[in-house]
Design a protein around this ligand. Structure first.
Ligand SMILES: Cc1cc2nc3c(=O)[nH]c(=O)nc-3n(C[C@H](O)[C@H](O)[C@H](O)COP(=O)(O)O)c2cc1C
Length: 268
């Protein structure tokens, strides 16, 4: 009897059946949990948008808090909001406003183009044609403009949001929701004390050029550019330079400069 159970055929049969049962369990779990994963991902993104704007409240549902946010799609080449025709085309191509996936768009040859090295200080390789921006209005006026940003640090691409006040000039907050920098070094981009240093800084200098900067070491108090400068992360100069470059890129000509100029002149 035991000799029978130890036969090669039975061992293989048990192994095959076990694999089959396990694979059914795993695939059922993966399929049934997919909608929950999509929902959690969306909720996490919304949470990060609210956090960057300094508006995240504990104990209140994200969906409820996000009701104050309007999502708009901006054509980065014109600096204007996407027209109804463009929106319809994007929806048909699988990029509806409600679940606009800019990361996927940046890899889509129909909606992005390669950036030559010298035009790519943030090392993003490809630039998408459209970006989703998030607006919070108060009494009919834009109060916060939240823009997606990304770029290379030392080890990884950092993805985040920068929030501007209604003047499209003053930084209201910055936060990265994905990166692979070293905890304690470049990972200090997540440190609330460092993020707080950005609040109140100005994007442009007096001449209107994008001047936001992360300096090496501490900002020298009273220097002429103090209003544009944030302390570098100690022991993480390369991540700090990466953040400076990505901020300048996305707030500059190839990024949101045209849109922000339009917004200031209400020409969007
Ligand atoms: C294991 C290890 C992890 C590091 N991680 C980072 C990092 O995440 N970001 C960064 O800018 N530098 C990191 N560095 C340090 C860089 O290699 C480099 O020395 C540093 O950016 C120079 O900055 P400093 O002039 O502020 O020291 C790391 C170094 C080591 C050995």
């Amino acid at each position: 009897m035991s000799a029978n159970n130890d036969s090669i055929q039975k061992t293989i049969l048990v192994a095959v059946l076990l694999c089959l049962v396990c694979s059914i369990i795993v695939s059922t779990a993966a399929v049934s949990l997919k909608p929950l994963q999509v929902q959690n991902k969306l909720e996490d993104k919304r949470k990060n948008i609210l956090a960057a704007a300094g508006l995240l409240q504990a104990g209140k549902s994200i969906a409820e808090q996000f009701e104050q946010v309007t999502t708009r799609i901006v054509n980065l080449q014109t600096g204007a909001y996407a027209t109804a025709t463009e929106l319809a085309e994007l929806t048909a191509a699988g990029y509806p406003v409600a679940s606009f996936d800019q990361r996927r768009l940046s890899k889509d040859g129909n909606y992005s183009a390669a950036l030559p090295g010298k035009e790519d200080p943030a090392s993003i390789k490809r630039l998408e044609k459209y970006a989703a921006v998030f607006l919070i209005e108060k009494e009919g006026q834009v109060d916060r403009i939240i823009l997606p940003v990304h770029g290379y640090g030392l080890w990884s691409t950092l993805y985040g949001f920068v929030a501007l006040e209604g003047d499209a000039e003053t930084i209201a907050g910055l936060g990265f929701y994905a990166h692979g920098e070293t905890p304690g070094l470049g990972g200090e981009v997540d440190n609330p004390s460092w993020k707080a240093l950005w609040v109140g800084k100005k994007v442009h200098d007096a001449g209107g050029a994008v001047a936001i900067d992360v300096v090496k070491g501490k900002v020298v108090a009273g220097n002429a550019n103090e209003i544009n400068q944030v302390d570098g992360l100690s022991g993480a100069t390369l991540t700090s330079v990466g953040v400076r470059n990505l901020m300048r890129f996305w707030l500059g000509e190839r990024g949101f400069a045209g849109y922000l100029a339009n917004l200031k002149g209400q020409g969007v």
